[in-house]
Design a protein around this ligand. Sequence first.
Ligand code: NAD
Length: 278
Amino acid sequence: MESADTRVAIITGGAGGIGQAMARRMIVDGHRLALMDIDGDAAARVAAAINQEAGTNGVFAIGGDVSQTADCERAVAQTADAFGQVDIVVNNAGFGASKIRPDGEKNLLTLEELTPEVWHQFFSVNIDGPLQMIRAALPGMRTRGWGRIINVTTSFFTMLRNMPYGASKAALEAGSAAWAQELDGTGITVNVVVPGGPTDTPFIAPESGLDPAKMLRPDVMGPPVAWLCSRDADNVTGQRFIGGKWDPALPDSEAATIAGSPAGWPELAASTVIWPDD
Ligand code: NAD
């Protein structure tokens, strides 16, 4: 049975490992979900499987590429057609080094490999995509005075190591902190969720040499995302939650305190020497 807290969400990259895990957790709370993915067939298979498991028809698939503004706008329009509105955008679709070279997570991409085309591919999916998804969904959220933007970035360790993936995710992290401030007081929150390390999904190709058994499980992302979508998190914005540190055995507020910190790097921002006022 749906409660007043049930919402409509788009999860980008919804056919992938983490997207599926978040969808499986969110459907339990009665939210209705659009799984948008560049692999529309895979998204359709995942949507059908989750509908069957959950005994619902609350999940549907949209084929679309987040790097294309028209696809972002179409995804929001299709979701609103199906479910009336879009309350939650989970920017989860991601482009990683394994897509350029299967061993790219182990032998990092070199400067010589970072052609303008390669550089642009990472940024168009990992930061342009989330921005255009937010812009497409924002008018409806503003009208209703309620919204959730949840951005999946990555570990700070990776941001400073793995180019250009790390730089594109650092851009999304910085955008999350800035947009949370811009939207403060509107009822629309902006937060970051990360797993906290390599996670066992197709994102990390076997050629990475990393042992999947030692990686995080994608379902660590479910509990923080579910909580962020609830009314309990109405006043939570500009924060970053590490799924691998979230203890589902604790009450959500306690788990959030342990797993959470401000998004971005505000402690470094504090080192600015002067900021002249007009
Ligand atoms: P995944 O490869 O299993 O899933 C990613 C999904 O995004 C795929 O279904 C893919 O088809 C889709 N996608 C890719 N480009 C797209 C585009 N342009 N438009 C729409 N969909 C697109 O990977 P995952 O591990 O589930 O990754 C989800 C997110 O988590 C990514 O943003 C990734 O950067 C982030 N992340 C992953 C890890 C990890 O170790 N797996 C760690 C930290 C953060």
